[in-house]
Design a protein around this ligand. Structure first.
Ligand code: SF4
Length: 82
């Protein structure tokens, strides 16, 4: 489970989030580009290439797409509270 205490400051409000690269658990984003390449409607990159949620998924199909990015993230840096 991604560290909900280390959310990237640019995530839009909602249950899905990316974690900050400074996450002290060592699971912060490493700017690998998997999520914002795989689901660019929902994930974006900041000026350092680190990911944040730019739009929350609402439909089951969109949540499934985001879940695929969560599963593919190599450092456990994507989470969801919902
Ligand atoms: S898949 Fe994970 S490590 Fe890669 S850019 Fe997205 S949040 Fe960062």
């Amino acid at each position: 489970m991604a560290n909900k205490d280390a959310k990237h400051k640019s995530n839009v409000a909602g249950s899905w989030y990316c974690t900050d690269p400074d996450d002290e658990n060592g699971e912060g984003c490493i700017a690998c580009n998997v999520c914002y390449s795989g689901a660019p409607d929902f994930f974006a990159e900041d000026e350092d290439g680190n990911a944040y949620i730019k739009k929350q998924p609402e439909s089951d199909e969109d949540k499934e797409l985001c879940q695929e990015q969560l599963d593919a993230c190599p450092v456990n840096s994507i989470g969801t509270d919902g």
